[in-house]
Design a binder for this molecule. Sequence first.
Ligand code: GCV
Length: 745
Amino acid sequence: MTVRVLLLSAFLVLPPALTAETGYNAWLRYAPLDEAVARRYSEVLPAAIVTLSGAAPIQSAQQELIAGIRGMLGRNLQAVSGTPAGSAIVLATLTELRQAGTPFVLIGTLPADGYWLKTINASGRRYIVITAANDRGVLYGAFAMLRKIALGESIADLDEKQSPSVPARWVNEWNNLDGTIERGYGGRSIFWDDGRSRENLDRVRDYARMLASLGINSCAINNVNADPRLLGSDFIPHVARIADAFRPWGVRVALAIDFGSPRTLGGLDTFHPIDPAVIAWWKFKVDEIYRAVPDFGGFVLKADSEGRVGPSTYGRTHADAANVVARALKPHGGVIFYRGFVYDHHMDWTNLKNDRARAAYDNFHELDGTFDENVIIQIKNGPIDFQVREPASPLLGALDKTKEAIELQITQEYLGQARHLVYLVPMWKETLDFDMRVRGGRTPVKKSVSGFVGVSNVGLSDNWFGNHMSQANLYGFGRLAWNPDLSARQITEEWTRLTFGNDSKLVETITRIQLSSWRTYENYTGPLGLQTLTDIVGNHYGVAVEASERNGWGQWHRADERSVGMDRTVATGTGFIGQYSSAVARFYESMETCPDDLILFMHHVPYTHVLHSGKTVIQFIYDSHYEGAETVARYLREWKSIKGRVDDRRYREVLAQLEYQVGQAMVWRDAVSNWFLHASGIPDSRGRVGRYPGRIEAESMNLSGYVTTPVTPWEAASSGKASRNGALTITFPHGKLTAPPPLAA
Ligand code: GCV
């Protein structure tokens, strides 16, 4: 045997988890299974895979099964079309099966997009039938089958029906036509570049495949802060190209629109929603889109919010605005998601009765019953804006005669962006399971919604998000949209095993880190319902406790020298709590029952207020920050303990991300704790805050060439000062450090 052959066989027997991976295939890696496991599956899988139609999603299903089974089991299925001559995997809709006749006729019904996996034994042949009411459902069934194999579940005698919890499972991509992404952390847009659709849409196809694997059936491909140019006749062919790339994966394209378009784009002198010319313009525009994209999904509209125009320009209601567009979409079966994220960002902060949290309910509740049936109100999970912790939005469940969708943010805008590991499924579960106690019974949020919308914002980075672990948030969103009853643990274990492999220590470690990471992040960035204490008027990333105050944006925590928190009670505060059903309102109104996690979201209390945990508010703030930072340091150790069980590239990349997060968590810890020490004057009972033995402040070193400057916000640097500008030598009490000059010096 030559050296080259020896090397080749060594490579072939390497455990799959150790080959370098970019993360591009996310949870669709189809890595080879353990030989014994693979053998068991091979014994029950027929050798042929049959389709009964040429429908593109069913063809995709066939290709996906062939690739997946080849990858996991090393078997090459034979692709066949038409009625099978022998044992086979059969991919067909229920109608096609009926047409094929005995033994394929299955008696039963399925809702759109649901699937049925069924083993049929007849005349000594074995068929694994993957069927559904529509083509897309067959594709979802194929992905479910592959997931079963990857997770080691039995496929020996199948009879499993599954259908999605809601018909609308959408993602929104806040992509701008120039290729940038608002609040996107995984690189530039996969859709747009330089004012047009990207030449190469391979990434779009691969993204659609990922979405399909989760049952996501529509994707709005541009920023909700929408560019009106997108509806231009010269632009629609670009949208159609993207729709073509999505179609084989059953994903419909959708667009975010600007409500002023009849004027800015259409040349009318108005965008008044009941003006006949405006009504006609929307109809003309929508008809034009459907001519180019017959399976177009619909629109998302952000109106009267954060500077976007809306019906208020003409003193009209949100229902007027939604309905004019809805009526244009209706003949084509399209829907409009009208965003409930409407608020005034110029509120008078000195008025203690003002409250941004009230806005969604105040703006929409009274309009219930006035929206057309193809309007869905898209409501963020919390009443503010994707903060680290918020209660469920009171608008969820408050619309009895109007469809509503929950909007969840997959991109981690206020949650560490791509740089902190923060897994959001436990947070989303809390909202989805929260019982709004409306309509006289148990009404968890998940039962009130007829749509799920995830703000995903994937980009061109190899792993789509700029952080391997963030992929779990898209996975979790899709799985919850399909079935919100799945537990966070089940989703996490599934994702980990599909993404990193079945090694039990690895699965246990990654699952443990992911499941606790939201609480950890909350501990060091905004506990007790303070919300994320970040620069709310800037990039929403670093620590800036004061940034929330003294401006019109309404993300106030109202911390002063004695007390902290927003009084949202009915008795003395903004009355926000009164927007909930009486049972929920009673629970939040009383400090006896209000959970510690939300106490400062609902109440303004002295720093010395004693929580249910027995700690004072101020001590809790100190302790949680230390605990959060310590837990991130533990994540790093835990990650190191699985070295060799994860492929080298992803191991190193997550390691680097965690190392960075350890440092950032300390910066947050010290900044927030010091800020509250400064504000309250109450020392940390454990003597940590403001005392850092062994720490040498840069500005107290003997620096040559550096200039000491104050930092804003002051709490973001120890002692409120930093040293900058290019000196090379630092002399400090224990020695000397020589550093290269900064690049920008
Ligand atoms: C797309 C927050 C974000 C904005 C975003 C807005 C929204 O305010 O910071 O970037 O705009 O929410 O959801 O419309």
